[in-house]
Write a protein that binds this ligand. Sequence first.
Ligand code: WTA
Length: 657
Amino acid sequence: MTEQSQGPALDNLLTESRTFPPSDEFAAAANAGADMYAAADADREAFWAAQAERLHWDTKWDQVLDWSDAPFAKWFVGGKLNVAYNCVDRHVESGHGEQVAIHWEGEPGDTRTITYNDLLAQVSKTANALTELGLQAGDRVAIYMPMVPEAIFSMLACARLGLTHSVVFGGFSAEALRSRIEDAAAKLVITTDGQYRRGKPAALKPAVDEAVAQTPTIEHVLVVKRTDTEVAWTEGRDIWWNDLVDKQSDKHTPEAFDSEHPLYILYTSGTTGKPKGILHTSGGYLTQASYTHHNVFDLKPDTDVYWCTADIGWVTGHSYIVYGPLSNRVTQVVYEGTPNTPNEGRHWDIVQKYKVSIYYTAPTLIRTFMKWGKDIPAGYDLSSLRVLGSVGEPINPEAWIWYRENVGAGRAPIVDTWWQTETGAIMISPLPGVTSTKPGSAQRALPGISAKVVDDQGNEVPHGGGGYLVLDKPWPSMLRGIWGDNERYRDTYWSRFAEQGFYFAGDGAKYDNDGDIWLLGRVDDVMNVSGHRISTTEVESALVSHPTVAEAAVVGATDPTTGQGIVAFVILRGDAADGGDDAVKALRDHVAKEIGPIAKPRQVMVVPELPKTRSGKIMRRLLRDVAENRSIGDVTTLADSSVMDMISQGLNKGSED
Ligand code: WTA
């Protein structure tokens, strides 16, 4: 890391200087109190043992943490539990079988109401079906499905049997599925005939057929009928879900597995082409997923209706739709489709209909809602909402305030939760009944978690300083490795600060003067302009704070004089000017005013859309290609690959002086 520009940039990141303490009423009733930080600091292992006690263990552990083989952790050593029992059976046994577990809302408007009794019956039948197919504890199962309840039944049935699932996002290609099946040597794929997307059925099984043609480990393809799409059929290999699962007994006795038994593999893209299979195990993972869900969202299982808008294809869907919430006996909404089907009010319609009280989404969606306009949420009764969450990227203060005012009625606390596929569960976040929230900051590590911002040498930076985010102590839900590649695990996460033994998250961060943490985006998204460190997020935040801008993405493009130059891609609001020279000049000046002349973008390009992955992350790599006049790289993970053509055509609107 080279010399940084600290003070001025940070001061200007605080485009919103108000802080928002919880109401006295919220604080008084909150699950988590301020005392938890001290309790965790006083005895970390005792603190985590107490969190693990929230689960049911068939055999209690004899050691909380074994870190002797670092960086390969073992938590709750010697303990045995069944993850699915913890998420389903015990709620039925405690008398809550009639409680709704899932209010499922299909994109076309069809619905299913699934109680814990129903969930137990379905998970048991699915487990019996998988056993009939010959699967045994330790085998891997690929799940390639849209957001239908059977996807959740499948994950839980795997957990129940000690099968390791590998969920592959339903928007990924056949090739992506193939490589993941191959890497994990999966024996079974569970899929659907098709999925609803923007009001239309789209086939899904053809991608499976293509993938498994080249994966000899696959013995069966289990197919849920969702769209009634005609599908090709391979006799002996392919099985309809209804034919196999429906006839099974709805009774199944779960077996307890070792705390370190592999629960799932989830692939995430790395800097090289080959995705990394992030491995999570059972006891520690469930402990932290459950603990964070209970405390960060303040879940009251008897009264709350929770909704996490993620897809089960991502880690957020694993930890905050399936394992965390269900372990806490949640009543939750699961929605199958897109936010603008049949219209841009769909989410608010769902909130109103089910009286959703906790809503967890991503900044990119919040900015999309901003683009659509505040009149849309204003048309619905959102008064049930009491906690709002954000995850996936830094949330710019402008979007944070918009979220608070237009969704949370200026009342609901916002928890900006930082974590990763690798961390398994939330690591840095406000506690909604404790923290005075600051728009744009994830603030501090949760009780029991330790995070630091360090410089190049691994020394913690002072308040007001910036550097790398590291996790300096092992945590229960940490990844246990990369599937089949221990070397890559060490290299990717533990080599950067090997001497100190820090896990390097790959994110840049700063402390403000109070010591609160501000995430600044991936380190490769931090630009270096004339020796000054400027985060793409800071510039984006400045741009989005201009009244004409709906959304912005900023990249650092190689510049012969300054190292990198800042190139901004902006989408203007519907009612704004057409993006002529004056509008562009105004934006460049605005950024200079907000952050300082050093941050003035070299170019501002007005574009109709930004390239995003199907999970909604902006693909800055592609924008860098455009900004550096390279031919555009691999676009296969883009949600809509025509976006790049539109952007390239918009290039001549760029302005430069
Ligand atoms: C980014 C998603 C800032 C970060 C759970 C991280 C965030 C990466 C936040 C992990 C946040 C996630 N503020 N940045 N609240 N949450 N990120 O693996 O760069 O899909 O390293 O996990 O998203 O993305 P992943």
